[in-house]
Design a binder for this molecule. Structure first.
Ligand SMILES: Cc1cc2nc3c(=O)[nH]c(=O)nc-3n(C[C@H](O)[C@H](O)[C@H](O)COP(=O)(O)O)c2cc1C
Length: 323
């Protein structure tokens, strides 16, 4: 399949693996890229720019296909060493960066000068237009269904994607709720040029996370996610568990007086324990509604091949025959 996204990133299939904290290590990024998609290493999971450079080199040993690095611009008081991370990306010759979170504008000139293509992930048409205006090459449009941070507008992809198609000139991929060939064909119909998946790629053989994390996704239904931190304007979609229920009770009790410090036990620094040690109920972790569509743990190649062959079948047979 050829789309503006496969052309832009020089990949075989229009399927991207979004950056994921403590999931997007070299093993997963390499497996996705090797299978013809675009794998992405999560920059900030690496504690220092030197660690990120090491992870990039590790990934390059596992695949000769293009892969990218995610840089999430967090709303924190003490910012991570973004210039250092960018230098590591440039010096190791990575040619694709997925930015997310805050406006990437201050860093774009450095990336562009190094010939790096930038895809910015955003949750609204106005932010997508801003990304286009400041010179991003593509956007990932993340609907309300998505795992992680869906923003505060709550627009699901059935509306958000055609709205993006109406307004944008640069190509975009559909993100949030994507799991299979149906997701891909629907997204293409709505104007996207590919899909970005998070949660689906966690339940793959190569995802370097504890087996209990994968099983938790398999057991979950589409009704099992919750939105947390909405009172802080930092909404996150997570898989429900006792820690999430504790956090939501605090949110209900404290109302507008809620501060980040009140929920620090449930959110801060929990990812290594969840993803590596498999303590899946120890804190809150991102997961999309799409968990309800995930029933197996294939290899990344099996998953991507299945999506592409079933998508062709859907287009050529099911849709064509309706005409
Ligand atoms: C466990 C997990 C961690 C994530 N961490 C990040 C992150 O660090 N930076 C980022 O830009 N997006 C992050 N995301 C969002 C994904 O890149 C992707 O946009 C999202 O998962 C798409 O929705 P889906 O889960 O329905 O496929 C994360 C998602 C999950 C499930």
């Amino acid at each position: 399949m050829k789309t503006r996204i496969t052309e832009l990133f020089k990949i075989q299939h229009p399927i991207i693996q979004g950056g994921m904290h403590y999931v997007g290590f070299a093993e997963l990024a390499a497996a996705v890229s090797d299978a013809g998609g675009l794998g992405i290493i999560t920059g900030l999971t690496q504690k220092t720019p030197e660690d990120l450079a090491g992870e990039i080199l590790r990934c390059r040993e596992m695949t000769d296909k293009p892969f990218g690095v995610n840089l999430t611009f967090l709303p924190t008081v003490t910012a991570p060493d973004y210039p250092g991370y960018i230098q590591a990306i440039i010096e190791t010759g990575v040619k694709i960066v997925e930015t997310a979170g805050r406006n990437p504008e201050p860093y774009l000139p450095f990336l562009q000068k190094a010939g790096i293509k930038v895809i910015h992930k955003c949750t609204s048409v106005r932010h997508a237009l801003k990304a286009e205006k400041i010179g991003c090459d593509a956007v990932s449009v993340d609907g309300f269904e998505c795992g992680g941070h869906p923003g505060e507008d709550d627009i699901p992809n059935m509306i958000l994607l055609p709205r993006a198609a109406d307004e944008l000139k640069i190509p975009f991929v559909a993100s949030g709720g994507m799991a299979d060939a149906r997701s891909l064909v629907a997204s293409l119909s709505l104007g996207a040029e590919g899909i970005n998946m998070g949660t689906r790629f966690i339940a793959t053989k190569e995802a370097p996370v504890h087996e209990k994390v994968k099983q938790a996704i398999l057991s979950a239904r589409e009704t099992d996610t919750r939105l947390v931190m909405r009172p802080l304007g930092n909404t996150e979609r997570v898989l429900n568990n006792p820690a999430v229920e504790r956090l939501l009770e605090k949110e209900a009790a404290l109302g507008k007086n809620l501060r980040f410090e009140d929920i620090i036990d449930e959110v801060a620094g929990v990812y290594p324990r969840i993803m590596k040690e498999g303590l899946v109920e120890t804190g809150v972790w991102s997961c999309g509604m799409v968990a309800g569509l995930i029933h197996d743990i294939p290899t990344c190649r099996e998953l991507i091949d299945r999506i592409m062959s079933q998508a062709e079948d859907l287009i050529e047979n099911r849709l064509q025959k309706m005409l």
